[in-house]
Design a binder for this molecule. Sequence first.
Ligand code: AMP
Ligand code: MG
Length: 514
Amino acid sequence: MSSPDVSTVVQPVTYSSDGPTVRFGFENTYARLPERFYARLNPMPVAAPQLVKVNAELARSMGLDPEALASAQGVEILAGNRVAEGAEPLALAYAGHQFGHFVPQLGDGRANLLGEVVGRDGVRYDIQLKGSGPTPFSRAGDGRAALGPVLREYIVSEAMAALGVPTARALAAVTTGTRVLRETALPGAVLTRVAASHIRVGTFQYFAARRDTDGIRTLANYAIARHYPQAAQSKQPYRALLDGVIGRQAELIAQWMLLGFIHGVMNTDNTSISGETIDYGPCAFMEAYDPGTVFSSIDTNGRYAYGNQPRAALWNLARLAEALLPLLEEEAGSEEAAMASAQEALGAFEPHYEAARIAGLRRKLGLFTEREGDAALIENLLERMGANQADFTLTFRRLCDAAAGPEGDGGVRALFADPEAYSSWAVGWQRRLEVESVSAEVRAAAMRKTNPAFIPRNHMVEAALNAAVSRQDFKPFEQLLDVVARPYEDRPGLERYAAPARPEEYVSQTFCGT
Ligand code: AMP
Ligand code: MG
């Protein structure tokens, strides 16, 4: 990419506005909250914006015109060079525990919330630019994002959406024409994200750290109205809010675990109150089953390893409960009662998570009914997968063939270092399947809707990013997006996307590149 030097002084660029006009129909509510909740500022213009991609289907679902977004005027808006009509750009204030250490002020250091749009589904969504320039929250950062991490977030968040996981989504990506300095100088990019909101556990912590109980109350009322309207009917709305967030996080983490997804940076500032997956950094999907799997280069102690994610989520939720204590105390009558209320709420996480996990694993194994011994059967399979370096995703996908009868089990057997480890387990599984009343075909079809054939495998993601960054070749990115958009279909000719990395292809680390 022929890009100006890092030291280029960026001037606002004027464009002709041919083509359809971009109409977002912004209806902003966060901008009505008190001024101390954010900093008002426009995105910082970039030198030479170029469109990488508009997510046409998502745009339409938001009532937006994808062609307008891809027009010269649309690209200016997506790059931050023009402020769309009705946008009220904000950088949000928040705090957070990063790898266990509390930072009282983080905030959007490289993002601007443009405003909110109510989608065709009636849900209010934030539209945010990420990588859109420095803000009062930038600390030592440059406010920018490199193309590689922007494309990773695009691919993985869209894959998660297609897999059925609550998630922020990618509406568009543009390159900036300016390099950003990381370990090397890399092409810069801006991602346009769509999320149910950007309220984080860390947003509550921001006000709690300032002993700003009015701020906590205002934020809690806002979160209830936007995400947990039923809580407003409760006798204890703030306790109901806490219960709601805990419930959605339990469900979310169970979904991650059932797909082998590793977030990588489960800090409290990356934990959404709405229950969506947000802030994709050095995330990746596990290949060979191993609860200790870590990809993130910054997670040196494995704090956010695959198998630690439920515990990390609960820890984050405990920080939310702490931040809510002043409100819980008003509801419960005393500090002691508030503590007990918070403990009780947190106590619900593990059973909720475990129930969601076991129900999901039952579906993955084709078990429509609940029987004693199911949990042991499931754990035994996972143990054998771990001992035999079996690929997590493919094992479950190939079990769909084996579910039709033992003659279909060649594929899954081959994934185990010792195929007998599978076969001796499968005797018990086949016996268990006989108790089910559904036909083998119905069972296998149901299993194929819950066990994906395609995940964004790390080496494929890496290859797509490399092609884009080093050769300006976006075809592998487009191809991978197409593959992960239909994860549950077998698609002849695309087998290499379903296969685990060969040893020489394996990517053991991911970098957030911030
Ligand atoms: P993250 O680890 O990406 O969730 O970011 C943690 C915090 O660092 C947030 O407050 C971000 O806004 C901020 N941050 C990350 N990268 C940058 C950057 N390049 N410039 C400014 N702030 C950043
Ligand atoms: Mg973050």
